[in-house]
Ligand binder design. Sequence first.
Ligand code: UTP
Length: 464
Amino acid sequence: MTLDSNILDQLHAYGQSNLAEHWQQLAPAQQATLGEQISQIDLAEIQRAFASKTATGSAENFDQLEPPPAIRLNDAKPMISAADAYQAGEELLTAGKTASILVAGGQGTRLGFDHPKGMFPIGPVSEMTLFQIHFEKLIARSKRYGVRIPLYLMTSPATHDETIAYLESQNYFGLPAEDRHVFCQGTMPAVDHQTGQLLLSSADSLALSPDGHGGTVAALANCGALGTMQQQGIESIYYFQVDNPLADVCEPLFLGYHKLSQSQKSTQVIAKQFPEEKLGILAALDGKVRMVEYSELPTELAEATNEQGSLRYWAGNIAVHAFEVEFLQAMVETADSLPWHLAHKKVPYFDATGNMVSPDQPNAIKFERFIFDLLPSAKNALVVEVDTATTFAPVKNATGAATDTPESVRAAISALHRAWLKQCDVNVSEDVPVEISPLLALDAEQLKPHVAKIDEITEPTLFS
Ligand code: UTP
């Protein structure tokens, strides 16, 4: 059969002889299933990506690296005033020209939670889930401006069905049906870390992993979302990640800076506190803004300081972006050629003797694309500094880890809401958890009338 010999030729040509042998031993129905999967993947690309594993160090020359064009907190002479930006952001929202993208795919391996990350209970008092917090923030923002703000929610094959079932059971927290679009990201096969052989997850299935948040552009294009946004007159998108409950969803100041600077892609950053902090930084190279991962940044640059004595490469990425829809549309083809980042992970696999193996050490390479690799292609890319305490507390790791645990994130939510209460002249002891439902207030100002008669909080309290 032509199909069979094509597959076999391809497998041999790209160094996948083990898989070719395995395939030949399968029953016809299994051959068809596995053959279909194999025909969907680009074997040459996988071979190329795996070969890049042996490249040593960064190929980049960072001698000319500069701090990026930025709006900094406490900047005496910012290139755009906060008042102008806030107004422009509010105008954009009021005109119904904004949508949001929430990425909730991936596998959440570090957190070790058996469900999609978005279902993780994070509210310090309410135990509401990450999804509920994000959906309610979006609904509250949309009410404030009397406008629809569509949500495009990206899942992965591992999280898709359970996410939909959960959100259905919660009636999408009240987000209208016409404003919610759930779409699934693509996948890439995982390979053995030593040999580059494709791994199987069963006799007739490859071990597939989500293709990284850089897969967002292709997935948006594939499901027709970019066209829909353009038809609806959406110009700008607020992009955020499911694991950060402090993301200030569709916040007007950031959108306004993005708009007024005519940036095609803007990124929120926080000031790095110390050279070894594990945050990728945004910087400019040859006039283009780009991300440099912390592992890529040479120590002498990580430690370099400016005239004021603070870190020269200061702009730590927190993965909140604003995109122009037009830019994403133009990037559909470029996104398909973004580099693959290799992650060394534990991947269970079906071995040559027909048994499933669950390795206790990393045994595989997974390939991922990252959304920030679009940055160098963006015109007027802008970096906007935000305050960590108000904007960034990602839940990445399980209880007991040093950072970004459920406990540290709950404490960060409580601390922010305690600060709002203090701004409203309500005293709260430092050790008392407090939480404010997004539907009640998105900031201290909105909270004020609801707590006018309260002087002090002495026990865990949810304001809703
Ligand atoms: P992370 O890089 O923290 O990955 O994702 P992860 O899969 O959640 O967790 P680990 O690394 O396995 O422990 C950052 C954000 O990007 C989304 C995640 O849902 C999270 O919101 N993401 C990540 C995707 O949507 N797809 C991906 O392929 C990877």
